[in-house]
Design a protein around this ligand. Structure first.
Ligand code: CTP
Ligand code: MG
Length: 223
């Protein structure tokens, strides 16, 4: 059985600075978001792909087979809009959330995250993440180092993130959507349990222009 997926693509892409929505920026000849749509189409665990788009731009999201819904001011509001859209269309008990800004996501990672949550009844969510390899320090307001953190217990969080639908709906209802940079933090704040699955190193996020070049090299290494 397949579950619905929300690909959040409603951001403006300020840091990329392309002069338009990041999700529509060309990457190896196709809009950035289309690469994620491809992976979710292939993933066996997904049967419905909803792309959350910048308000007024739905016409420009033309990948076949997708549904579109307008996003909100901040990322978690975009996810909330996607959930409301789902509620009107019926759904299973899990939902996958992914950032369009991660075009190298693989169908295997999506399926593995879904399977990990299905096989862990005590968890409310499973998120893709990488072990931190840099040494991380906490700095004060004046920019000087206050503390070196224990790297062995730190992970760098990515998407896809898979949720029990009811848990995510409740967490979004009660959470601080403006402060949240991912949806799992809303689950944590609501007292829920979040598991982790190791992501492949290629699952990079396109944030600044150099990331777009790196993503292009990873997608088409021979060019
Ligand atoms: N996103 C969204 N709705 C928002 C803000 C962000 O759907 N109101 C999505 C983006 O489209 C992106 C993902 O959340 O796929 C991660 O956000 P980020 O990388 O910060 O993208 P942008 O917000 O577009 O970029 P920036 O912060 O540089 O403006
Ligand atoms: Mg942003």
């Amino acid at each position: 059985m397949g579950f619905p997926a929300l690909i959040v693509a409603a951001g403006s892409g300020q840091r990329l600075g392309a002069g338009g929505p990041k999700a529509l920026v060309p990457l190896c000849g196709r809009p950035l978001y289309a690469w994620s749509v491809d992976a979710f189409r292939v993933a066996r665990s997904v049967d419905r792909v909803i792309v959350v788009v910048p308000p007024g731009k739905a016409d420009e999201f033309t990948e076949p087979g997708i549904e579109t819904v307008d996003g909100g001011e901040v990322r978690s509001e975009s996810v909330a809009n996607g959930l409301r859209h789902l509620a009107s269309g019926g759904s299973g008990d899990l939902i996958v959330v992914h950032d369009a800004a991660r075009p190298l996501v693989t169908p295997d990672l999506v399926d593995a995250a879904v399977e990990a949550l299905q096989s862990a009844p005590d968890l409310d969510a499973v998120i893709a993440a990488a072990q931190v390899t840099d040494t991380i320090k906490r700095v004060g307001r004046d920019g000087t180092v206050e503390e070196t953190l224990d790297r062995s217990v730190l992970i760098s969080v990515q998407t896809p993130q898979v949720f029990r639908l009811g848990a995510l709906e409740r967490a979004i209802e009660t959470g601080d959507l403006v402060a949240a940079t991912d949806d799992a933090s809303l689950i944590e704040a609501a007292g829920g349990s979040v598991g982790v699955i190791e992501a492949p190193s290629g699952n990079i996020k396109v944030t600044v222009p150099g990331d777009l070049d790196l993503a292009a090299r990873l997608l088409e290494p021979d060019n």
